[in-house]
Design a protein around this ligand. Structure first.
Ligand code: ADP
Ligand code: MG
Length: 243
């Protein structure tokens, strides 16, 4: 279970997240929706401490940090080990092959030997349908393939929670579909996924829970059916964009 209580984050005196509280159940797909600038990326980045909130509390799988005082390196490490992030722009290391990208973190964090990490990378690339691209460099892969390598790389650290920040927003529809397929596979395996996306078909079909952010607050938190049938004016206006 991942739990956020009264989390607040500001930049330059502007409050971006305002006393956010929510729970993310393990084994579920949680989709975060909301207009541009509503704080979706900032919230996701707070979950792995890429951003540090000023106030509130974060608990992941029993490890808890209270914000408002400086966190120790040990606290940051402990929280970070529970999740892995997949970014909109893939962020692969350009000078490493697909396999080397996937194998890197488990070696650096001391969890796997080089040989073990290489074997794991091969298995994870096969899982995302890219075993034939193990030796390719990112420049020689399509955007969809790069994002699938990035997903394999995230899986390589065996995170409790996978965090996706608009994983298909940089992709053409065809390439988007191949990445969505991988996400649907992970959801079917009951992985714990937190996905910021504008893909409404994915939200409707795959989400167990929808969180709708508006102006840095949670405007909806519940089942997809209730979200898509909401009579909340702000949600209706948001959904009209996708009709
Ligand atoms: P979303 O992902 O929903 O589009 P973001 O979390 O990226 O929203 O941003 C929310 C608000 O916070 C925006 O107004 C954005 O300009 C601001 N913001 C995000 N990151 C920073 C930063 N590092 N410094 C200053 N302002 C930021
Ligand atoms: Mg964003």
């Amino acid at each position: 279970m991942l739990s956020v209580k009264n989390l607040s984050k500001s930049f330059d005196g502007n409050t971006i997240l305002r006393e956010i509280s929510l729970d993310v159940a393990a084994g579920e797909t949680t989709v975060i929706l909301g207009p541009s600038g509503s704080g979706k990326s900032t919230l996701l980045r707070c979950l792995n401490l890429l951003e540090t909130p000023e106030l509130g509390q974060l608990s992941i799988e029993g490890d808890t940090v209270d914000f408002g005082t400086d966190l120790t390196d040990e606290q940051v490490r402990t929280i970070r080990q529970h999740s892995a992030m997949v970014f909109q722009n893939f962020n692969l290391f350009p000078h490493l092959t697909a396999q080397q990208n996937v194998a890197l973190a488990p070696v650096l964090n001391g969890k796997k030997s080089k040989a073990e990490a290489k074997k794991l990378a091969g298995q994870l690339l096969a899982k995302v349908g890219l075993e034939h691209k193990a030796d390719a460099y990112p420049d020689n892969l399509s955007g969809g393939q790069q994002q699938r390598v990035a997903i394999a790389r995230a899986l390589a650290v065996a995170p409790d929670y996978l965090l996706f920040d608009e994983p298909t927003s940089a992709l053409d529809p065809e390439l988007e579909a191949e990445v969505i397929q991988v996400l649907m596979g992970l959801a079917a395996e009951k992985r714990s996924l937190v996905v910021v996306t504008h893909n409404m078909a994915f939200a409707r079909r795959v989400a167990d829970r929808i969180i709708f952010l508006d102006g840095g607050t949670v405007a909806y938190n519940g089942a997809p059916a209730g979200f898509f049938a909401s009579d909340h004016a702000r949600i209706q206006r948001f959904l009209q964009i996708f009709e």
